[in-house]
Design a protein around this ligand. Structure first.
Ligand SMILES: [Zn+2]
Ligand SMILES: [Zn+2]
Length: 371
């Protein structure tokens, strides 16, 4: 008995030593107050890599999770699913990366690998997908996953995205969520050169959508609720800007667009955009408002409005995320970022700006500045 006890003690000690020490910033309740936080991640497995995080983007969905907008959350929570860094360790079976390579992580760190979604490269819809944070990793003793506002992350090489050497690294992180979330439905919808299209909500996701659509040669109309972004929309190549709060702006828009992507993260009227679609037009919905303020599309509107299609889309699978990143870097498509230092205070200030709609267009935390 004594031997078994001392053996299990040794096992626990060995496990503790082999774990990966991490530190970052966590919230401990919905109050949004960040504090320095030290925690353990699992050890680097044979098929896994460790990434030293250099940059972490602040996504609007981080703010939703911290505040519990999408249901009850567990705390402490280290948010962050837009991660860019450098590989600092590799397991013995790893072939995709070597130490010193740049690597990115988006919203997913694992999935079952054998369901129909995984086989199709649509890991984001796998029932066993493990989210980068606010999740439990059933492949690692149900460990609580913690995100990118931290100094490192450990994950299977399959879910890490290769960042080309010539990438503008400080701008890469938001591509792993804002980039793929807009790139995927635009390509799924088959938008082509000359198409008249709309982007509803001109924030972190919206300004990526505009860039992808302009690159495809589409004529882009941008919709938002402020005058402040009119000049920015032009600067990114939109042909028209509509302030939805201005009735004059909204004239003569019905039946004009073949595709609309809605990135709006708050309550709004989707029917406004549905009416703008022409016959066979498509509306992609990627912005997810808080649950208690969920917009509604009455089905009679769908029936009366000429074969319009509405579809939802969630990030993108791993193969498409790699494709998006290579495409973005090759075509010099990046988010417009404001780099902030890794302090609790600057993260909290950034969250307030996101909530106030004052962010232009993405905050990225320089994790190297963490004390
Ligand atoms: Zn996101
Ligand atoms: Zn699966």
């Amino acid at each position: 008995m004594k031997n078994i006890l001392s053996l299990s003690f040794l096992f626990i000690v060995a496990l503790a030593f082999s774990q990966t020490k991490s530190k970052g910033f966590a919230v401990h309740s919905t109050d949004g107050k960040f504090q320095p936080y030290e925690f353990n991640r699992h050890a680097v497995g044979d098929n896994e890599i460790k990434i030293d995080i250099l940059y972490a983007g602040i996504c609007h969905s981080d703010v939703h999770h911290v505040r519990g907008d999408w249901g009850k959350e567990e705390y402490p929570m280290v948010p962050g699913h837009e991660i860019a860094g450098k590989v600092s360790a590799v397991g013995k079976n790893v072939t995709k990366f070597k130490v010193g390579d740049y690597a990115g992580v988006g919203c997913l760190v694992n999935s079952c690998g054998h369901c129909e979604y995984c086989k199709a490269g649509l890991e984001q819809y796998c029932k066993e997908a493990v989210l980068t944070y606010h999740d439990h990793d059933q492949f690692h003793n149900n460990e609580t996953t913690q995100g990118g506002y931290s100094n490192n992350i450990v994950l299977t090489e399959k879910f890490a995205i290769k960042i080309p050497k010539n990438a503008d690294l400080k701008k890469v992180a938001p591509l792993l969520c804002a980039g793929i979330t807009t790139y995927s439905p635009i390509h799924y919808a088959g938008v082509k050169k000359g198409n008249k299209v709309g982007v509803a909500g001109f924030g972190g996701l919206g300004h990526m959508a505009v860039q992808y659509l302009v690159k495809l040669g589409a004529e882009v109309t941008v919709f938002d609720i402020t005058e402040d972004k009119r000049a920015d929309a032009k600067r990114f190549g939109a042909v028209k800007y509509v302030n939805v709060n201005n009735p004059e702006d909204l004239k003569d828009l019905d039946n004009k667009l073949s595709f609309v992507i809605s990135t709006i993260p708050a309550n709004y009227d989707p029917n406004l955009y549905l009416k703008m679609l022409n016959i066979n037009g498509q509306m992609a919905i990627v912005g997810l408002p808080p649950f208690e303020k969920m917009p509604i599309i009455p089905i009679d509107k769908l029936i009366w409005q000429g074969n319009r299609k509405v579809f939802g889309s969630q990030i993108g699978g791993i193969p498409e995320t790699q494709e998006m990143l290579d495409y973005s870097v090759a075509n010099n498509i990046y988010p417009e970022v404001e780099i902030i230092p890794a302090t609790a205070n600057s993260i909290e200030n950034a969250y307030q700006k996101v909530l106030d709609g004052k962010v232009k267009f993405r905050y990225v935390i320089d994790m190297q500045t963490m004390k």
